[in-house]
Design a protein. Sequence first.
Length: 219
Amino acid sequence: MSDDLENMMNQFDIPDEVMDKIQKNIEEIITNFPIPEDNKLDVIKKINFMYSHTKHLSMTDALTGLYNRRYFDTTVEREFLRSKRYHSDLTIAIIDIDFFKKINDTYGHLCGDYILKEVAYLIMDNFRKTDIVFRYGGEEFVALLTETSAQNSRIPLERLRKTIESYKFTYENKEINLTVSIGAAQNNFDGTTEFLNEADKALYEAKNTGRNRIIINEK
């Protein structure tokens, strides 16, 4: 999906349950059309496929294949409320590529795209299937670590940091060294805004104290 189409879809912030209802209504309309049953089934199958495909595109980042910022906004609220309801741990981590602008300026934006895709792969490869990863924007990624305290999040986050630091990023026969800074916080707050802000503050501290490190707010 092109950036223009993705941006247009994001402007229409229609809840998933409303989209599901619209899709169901379309099915009912087709069912009542005076056309052969085989044709109805074929049309319904095609509509269901297009709907599922469009829905998938609307929640994923076209470059990396990760969930996008739009989907993050709805998911973080849901997971935060669930963790509060069931008294379970939830940690949010913001992962930022160090000196990413320098990479774009030195090697070009196509190299920057390659880096983003590789980092996205490494993030997904280092977390569990129950964790949820998003491309938050630019060179920032966000991971929601379910059933994980801030203290226990340090193990997978440190593993990720070391993996990226030692990974051989190679673009057009040029080897590029890369590091990330990570800020994290646990769900010990009243709402998702403060939850995210505390992780962002931790990231800011990681950036300002040398980069290539993890700062965890264990409040």
